[in-house]
Design a protein around this ligand. Structure first.
Ligand code: KIV
Length: 276
């Protein structure tokens, strides 16, 4: 089966809900590859894997290294890589060079960048240069220091037009889809009904064309998960229980058992070795 493309994801608008999750590492990518349509190598990896306070410290090199493992360990889903803070905002040319590096070095299917109207010229240039781009509007984690922090957007109707204009700008610039993050539900539903490209919600609306979560959040591997996260399993608890059993086995000398050790070749054991 061929890997799903950004065009294929775009074609799902109005058809099937689009299933998306983040993947930062090979084991997670391998586990979820044939169950999701799209895997995002999100810059949330800075907070989830590296314990950074926000996503601003994440580097292009980190994104490239993680994206290489995710692409290498998967073959079905569309892999999109987040452009980290500081690699695309400054100039269209710099954005193109950094995005081209990500595409060349990782063999991913496209990139995601944050920003609506203010990023539309960049998105347009990238799309015209044959690079599939996913937009990201609403709560933009790379702007939390200046933009009201992690607060939900569009709770007042007076705020709506800005976000609707952002969404339209991203679509008109040529993006194949757009993430709507941290938005009042009716605003996300309204944007979804206006756009011709799929909206992917996170803390948004069940009416979005697809949904995305941080995989570690839904698996119960992160300390604090926001209200919009549904925890499907408590892997932290399961890991702790497995490690407890391992610890008991080691302390009681029950591990390694005969099944887990290397035995001598039978000839050597039976004393046929001349030098023995
Ligand atoms: O970085 C990320 O994981 C994201 C998703 C939360 C959409 O941008």
């Amino acid at each position: 089966m061929l890997r799903k493309s950004a065009d294929y994801i775009k074609s799902l608008k109005g058809k099937n809900p689009i299933v998306c999750l983040t993947a930062y590492t090979a084991p997670i990518a391998r586990a979820i590859d044939d169950k999701v349509d799209l895997m995002l190598v999100g810059d949330s990896l800075g907070m989830v894997l590296y314990e950074y306070e926000n996503t601003l410290q994440v580097t292009l090199e980190q994104m490239i290294d993680h994206a290489k493992s995710v692409v290498g360990a998967s073959k079905n889903s569309c892999v999109i890589v987040d452009m980290p803070f500081g690699t695309y905002e400054d100039s269209i040319n710099k954005a193109f060079l950094n995005v081209a590096r990500v595409m060349k070095e990782t063999n991913c299917n496209g990139v995601k960048l944050e920003g609506g109207q203010k990023m539309s010229n960049t998105i347009q240039h990238l799309c015209k240069s044959s690079i599939p781009v996913m937009g990201h509007i609403g709560l933009q984690p790379q702007s939390v220091l200046i933009d009201g922090g992690y607060k939900v957007r569009g709770k007042e109707k007076s705020e709506w037009q800005k976000y609707i204009d952002d969404a339209i700008a991203v679509e008109e610039a040529g993006a194949f889809s757009v993430v709507l993050e941290g938005m009042a539900e009716p605003l996300a539903a309204e944007i979804t009904s206006i756009l011709n490209i799929p909206t992917i919600g996170i803390g948004a609306s069940p009416k979005c064309d697809g949904q995305i979560l941080v995989t570690e959040d839904m698996l119960g591997l992160t300390n604090v998960a926001p209200k919009f996260v549904k925890k499907y399993i408590d892997l932290d608890k399961i890991i702790k229980s497995a490690v407890c059993q391992f610890s008991d086995d080691v302390k009681n000398r029950n591990f390694p058992s005969a099944d887990h050790i290397y035995h001598m070749h039978p000839k050597i054991v039976s004393g046929n070795n001349k030098n023995s």
